[in-house]
Write a protein that binds this ligand. Sequence first.
Ligand SMILES: Nc1ncnc2c1ncn2[C@@H]1O[C@H](COP(=O)(O)OP(=O)(O)OP(=O)(O)O)[C@@H](O)[C@H]1O
Ligand SMILES: [Mg+2]
Length: 253
Amino acid sequence: MTEIPLTGGNVSAGVVRVGDTVRRPAGPWTPSVHALLGHLHSVGFPGAPRPLGLDERGREVLEFIDGDVPWPGRVDLLLPDAAVVAVGELVRDFHDAVAGFVPPADAAWQVLMPADGAEIVAHHDLAPWNLVAGRGRWAFIDWDTAAPGTRLWDLAYAANGFALLPEGAGVAEAARRMRLMADAYDLTEAQRHELVDLLGPRARAMHDFLGAQSAAGTEPWRKLWDTGHGTHWRRRADHLDRHRDAWLRALLG
Ligand SMILES: Nc1ncnc2c1ncn2[C@@H]1O[C@H](COP(=O)(O)OP(=O)(O)OP(=O)(O)O)[C@@H](O)[C@H]1O
Ligand SMILES: [Mg+2]
């Protein structure tokens, strides 16, 4: 069958579509990731692709989800209030669905950076480049770096990616969108405080990770660092820290 290259990712070369499936390079973490995706499917969570095993070339096979990936070409899809609400609900539904997941005894995750805990298996890259906005169904893709983490570690990262839109939006608008997301996730008051405390540190963890990997010469991170991704995350972290009071007011007001 014809293989259609899928572009858009920074990390995995060789992602292709074959019929109704996607083929991606597998890694030592793939069996654990497929156990996770199988669990999500079995409990009826529709926001992730179904895992379909390995193909004859050893690549992972996943359900192809038809739709648009918002980043970078269709960010407009994320601008309506209903979109940021849908993302907040989707992250909540994922976290509730994953709560009952028991990883295989020999689970091997790809852990890029330490999280702030391990209450769930988190996605770690819930961002506009890893969302497929499909007709009737939105789903997160790119589960390669799923690993132990916390709900708020995932949500702080998602808030950074989905609430701070459009690029260059003012603090008031970003704070308003963050409130929509927090309400959609149904955060408690205590969690709202915790989330605000994590926003800057979560972004800074990205900067520090890319910096360390770049210094060690590890690809693809070195290339990302060289093309300004480190600077981007540092600026984001500073911005999130600087406006801490605005986020807190919006979330608690
Ligand atoms: N299950 C899927 N259904 C539909 N499209 C998909 C699916 N998986 C991947 N794609 C498409 O392939 C592109 C790259 O996939 P993916 O995000 O998995 O790669 P990556 O290089 O690991 O990404 P990243 O840079 O975010 O780490 C996506 O932008 C999307 O267009
Ligand atoms: Mg991706």
